[in-house]
Design a protein around this ligand. Structure first.
Ligand SMILES: *Cc1c(COP(=O)(O)O)cnc(C)c1O
Length: 575
């Protein structure tokens, strides 16, 4: 009872701080509960409180803590390990983009120049002009020369055709055509996926790709089109691998899709891998779709090869299951293999360039699907009535809607269907994706990925050592984030009496608020991701190595302040 009162006080103080700081959060969730609870709002039930915390998502809570941290009592520089935005970029791909843009613009100016106006570039002889333009002794130019040579030699491309796509694409002087994905771009991105995410295994039926404005857009397009095409109907059950990136927890109900979600949980005890009992939930044919982030966010672990085997086995018994895998962190695990390359027929893949290349502002991601896939089969098995309704809708965009593939429907739905012909990702963004992909595939070894992995690995080791917590150095750990069980850490290092006192007297939210307000440290609230009570997510992507030592020291300072209070109370009780 006491712990609940304290927790409620935590909520009330959070509310007050929200009002005081006047940050631009959506208060509707808060009002909703006040109306329901009326004058008794202070004695919220545990259930209401849980709902409350879920509605105030982890990201909103962090927004508040960011404000508290800005003028923290200790006057410390703010250390914000809440963000997943990396603090690095890939410089080479930016330089290459600029050079390619210069080349493409010079091509246009060859056609005509009048004031600031120039023509559309020409295809004939573009390969020779590229060779003449680029300087082999310049590092950036050399990369572009090698990348083009790689495409010609290893991907069997015509040099003029390729460079014409690059030049037009980067200039952005035509609508994307084909609208779903530029032709050479699709082949370049395919090679990237096979190497970076499929562990070299090429799915036998080939892969269609739809480049999107980042992974977030990919997710919302997929949810929308699954729903719009009646592959997920209100009341359908979907399984979600938890803990998970919060948008996946919010989309199923917030967008009124009316889906019923079932958690397929992983925990620290199982090294954040999914055990057989949880995986077996997917055998239920009532479950229409399974969403996972792999390697996961927040736990940052990839499914082990044994779990992939077990998943294949389980899914063979549920052949209509649609799997959606978000592999944004795949490149942070050496030898990573996607669920997509194991189960291409049943899987929709989402990838984003945001994290590895430090390109969150570019909005570059993609959706990939096997040319032979379950969604197309399920479309053909819809009721005559559903098929007719969809036929009429898509008829404004294509001549034969009944054979329109799911991935084309995704493309059409990403605008409104009537605007299908002007859909597709901006062409300069597609060419930038090519450049990022080619920086990985052109040379046998990708030193940039190694560097990114070493970078987060060093930060992870530093943080865990500074916190005095055992490290998990298994191959499945992407180390992009880590979940720290603060309760376990306190119990282990300060004893169980203090740990219990802390739980009874200081809620997890109050702990995070104190950390921000008193010590200027921002971490994320674990339960917001369906991670356990008492856990926090720490990003290893956005601060420098020494900052993680400092974070550990400030956590310790705060715990020691709590400890003084605990001793006072314990002594008071004895007296
Ligand atoms: C960061 C992140 C993304 C990236 O989304 P973008 O829109 O491409 O920035 C996607 N999925 C997960 C799980 C992420 O953590």
């Amino acid at each position: 009872m006491k712990s609940m009162k304290k927790a409620v006080t935590g909520i009330v103080s959070l509310l007050m701080t929200l009002c005081l700081t006047g940050c631009s959060l959506d208060y509707s969730a808060l009002r909703h509960h006040n109306e329901n609870e009326g004058a008794e709002s202070v004695s919220m039930t545990a259930e209401t409180q849980e709902q409350f915390q879920e509605e105030l998502s982890a990201f909103e809570i962090t927004a508040l803590q960011r404000e508290l941290a800005a003028d923290n009592k200790a006057g410390y520089p703010v250390l914000d390990a809440g963000r997943g935005n990396p603090n690095w970029i890939n410089g080479k791909v930016r330089h290459a983009f600029t050079r390619l843009m210069d080349f493409a613009t010079s091509e246009c100016e060859l056609v005509f120049v009048e004031g600031d106006m120039a023509g559309h570039g020409k295809k004939e002889g573009i390969g020779d002009r590229f060779d003449a333009f680029m300087d082999e002794t310049d590092e950036t130019d050399k990369f572009l020369i090698d990348a083009v040579e790689h495409c010609v030699k290893d991907l069997d491309m015509d040099k003029d055709e390729l460079l014409f796509e690059f030049a037009n694409g980067i200039t952005g002087d035509y609508y994307p055509s084909p609208s779903r994905c530029l032709t050479h771009t699709e082949a370049i991105l395919n090679e990237f996926l096979v190497s970076a995410l499929f562990n070299g295994n090429e799915p036998e039926n080939g892969t269609d790709i739809f480049p999107t404005e980042g992974g977030s857009a990919a997710m919302s397009y997929i949810f929308h089109t699954l729903n719009h095409n009646r592959l997920l109907k209100p009341g359908d059950k979907i399984a979600i691998a938890t803990p998970i990136f919060t948008p996946y927890l919010e989309i199923p109900d917030v967008n009124d899709y009316g889906l019923v979600s079932v958690n397929v949980a992983s925990d620290e005890e199982h090294n954040w891998d999914i055990d057989t009992a949880e995986l077996n939930k997917l055998k239920d044919k009532e479950i229409k779709a399974f969403f996972l982030v792999n390697p996961s966010n927040p736990a940052s672990h990839a499914l082990s090869p044994a779990t992939l085997d077990a998943l294949e086995e389980v899914v063979s018994g549920n052949p209509d299951l649609i799997i959606l895998t978000d592999d944004v962190y795949g490149t942070f695990v050496e030898g990573f293999e996607s669920v997509y390359s194991r189960l291409p027929y049943q899987t929709i893949l989402v990838y984003s360039f945001s994290k590895l290349y430090g390109a969150t502002g570019w909005r570059t991601g993609l959706i990939a699907m096997s040319r032979d896939n379950v969604c197309d089969r399920l479309l053909s098995e819809l009721s005559a009535e559903d098929q007719k309704a969809l036929y009429n809708e898509y008829a404004i965009a294509v001549t034969d809607p009944s054979s329109m593939k799911f991935i084309e429907r995704l493309t059409a739905d990403s605008r409104s269907i009537g605007l299908y012909h002007t859909s597709g990702l901006s062409t300069p963004s597609q060419i930038f994706m090519d450049i990022m992909a080619l920086s990985h595939t052109t040379y046998g070894r990708d030193e940039y990925i190694e560097l990114a992995n070493d970078t987060v690995n060093e930060r992870y080791i530093t943080l865990m050592d500074a916190l005095g917590i055992a490290k998990d150095l298994s191959g499945e750990n992407a180390e992009y984030y880590t979940i720290v069980d603060i309760n376990a850490m306190i119990e282990d290092q300060y004893g169980s009496d203090f740990a219990r006192w802390r739980i009874d007297n200081i809620s997890d939210l109050d702990f995070l608020n104190d950390l921000a307000e008193k010590k200027g440290v921002v971490l994320m609230y674990g339960p917001g991701f369906e991670a356990p009570e008492g856990s926090v997510r720490i990003s290893l992507a956005n601060l420098n190595t020494q900052d993680y030592v400092e974070i550990a020291e400030r956590i310790r300072e705060l715990l020691e302040e709590y400890y003084v209070k605990f001793e006072e109370e314990a002594l008071g009780a004895d007296a």
